[in-house]
Design a protein around this ligand. Sequence first.
Ligand SMILES: [Zn+2]
Length: 452
Amino acid sequence: VAKASPSIIKQISEEQQMKKYLGLSVAVLMMAPGVAFADWTIIHAGEAMLVAGEDIQENVSIIIHDERISEIRNGFVGVGDIEAGDEAVEVIDLSDQFVLPGLIDSHVHLTGQVGTPLIESLTRSAEYSTLLGAKYAAITLRAGFTTVRDLGSQRYSVYALRDAINNGVVAGPRIISAGLGISVTGGHGDATNALPDAWWPQRGDVDFGNCDSPDECRYRVRTIAKRGADVIKIAATGGVLSQQGRGLNQHFTDAEMEAIVEAAHLLGLKVAAHAHGKGGIEAALRAGVDSIEHSTYTDEGTMALYLESGAYMVPTLMAFNGLRGAIAAGVFTPVVEAKARSVLESLGNSTRLAVASGVKIAFGTDSAVTPHGQNAGEFALLVEYGGMTAEQALVSATLNAADLLGVADNVGTLEAGKYADIIAVDGNPLDDVTVLEHVAFVMKGGESVGLD
Ligand SMILES: [Zn+2]
């Protein structure tokens, strides 16, 4: 291909520019005319954390072919230095930025957001939730989160969102989806808690996530798996923001949780257990769940169980910290406010214990409790309250989260063969994690994401 002059850029249609370059300060050195997207991209990274926890590289070129990383070379490689044949090549100049793998949030709820009036959230259709999810997915991606695990949506609304993103219909992160969460009747995941009896779905309704015996729980797991789940979410204990006043300790019986875990694992699905109370966390760990979400009240004995089972802790400190403003604003019902005050007092305690004990931690925010797109705010909390180094926090949001989500073959590091899910920030996040709250560049699967 003949080397194009800079004026060739003018031949790119306005629509293509909108798609490809919106909000980016990129230097396009060469682009074959008439080609919508470059087949090859070379990113010049001034500093790069290719794998969290390893040495920072300076002045490297990340060479991308279609949606995956082809090669990483030292120095800034030019268009003529790669064997692109007659395929189009673009160069993205991030020589002033710090480049790292796309971030992974292990706990979000994309199809809603706190702040919605109770009556509206109770009467909203699943279809409407899907559209909200499209909005929040785009916001999350623009914040640098290229993969998320969605741990509970109204019915199966998030499956449609996941599939639409995978098919290029709407923009958003890769989604590992739970769909309907499983709870005991009257427990944290029972959406009918605040409803008059006449509104309750009938038992046997396939879209009803409650279960109250090992047999019923196996049926729920299999129903949800059949509908398209990538992971099973259970409320092992009571929860803060639901309209139930039965405490924050164990809700499912040991036998019910064992049935859930066995049924899920036989179908190749991991189990994420929401759990606050120590007894409930420990029962879930003994039952063999793959992660504990929130993990509020724990002690040394709990940590020993974590290490024995190999489960991840997902601290979601943002969700706790976010309760401050809501309590002050008086938006909670009395049932919820009492629980919110209680958990806020223990912010970070369990995470510090886990860090000291060597328990595996995966980054998760519970976004929806706090506004979508602010996910990176969790980094500062992990450092300030959780006792983690910036590097440990970055490991939790890349390598560890990828491992927990079962996607480590494809994402979590910048290496040949993996998806080109790449972000850049102004400044070194190892010196100041808050730089991650304002990303300068986002690429998912080799396509740059407009940030405005
Ligand atoms: Zn959650």
